[in-house]
Design a protein around this ligand. Structure first.
Ligand SMILES: N[C@@H](CCC(=O)N[C@@H](CS)C(=O)NCC(=O)O)C(=O)O
Length: 86
């Protein structure tokens, strides 16, 4: 089974994003990061796909998940099948 592709829309100063980033870091999970204020194209894409600009938003194989605590729980419950950083 291939690992799901993970893309996190976030921005640095967001405390909810920070707790997700911490969980990703702690578990060494491989994620693509899209800072919505560093690159406003990311913000436009988030808005276009979800109709919202709320972060954190984790795309799991293209499906958006909001809510930092839901995202952290999902990561922890799916660790075995997630790709890790080398
Ligand atoms: N309950 C949410 C709160 C997320 C949240 O409020 N994020 C703020 C940034 S710190 C945001 O994106 N606000 C803009 C918006 O929702 O349009 C979570 O835990 O993820």
């Amino acid at each position: 089974m291939t690992a799901p592709l993970l893309e996190l829309y976030y921005f640095e100063a967001c405390p909810y994003c920070q707790r997700v980033l911490k969980a990703i870091d702690k578990n060494n999970v491989k994620v693509s990061y899209l800072d919505i204020y560093e690159n406003t194209n990311h913000l436009q894409k988030l808005l276009h796909i979800t109709g919202r600009k709320t972060v954190p938003c984790l795309f799991i194989d293209g499906e958006p998940m909001f809510e930092s605590l839901d995202i952290i729980a999902w990561i922890e419950n799916n660790l075995a099948r997630l790709e890790k950083n080398a």
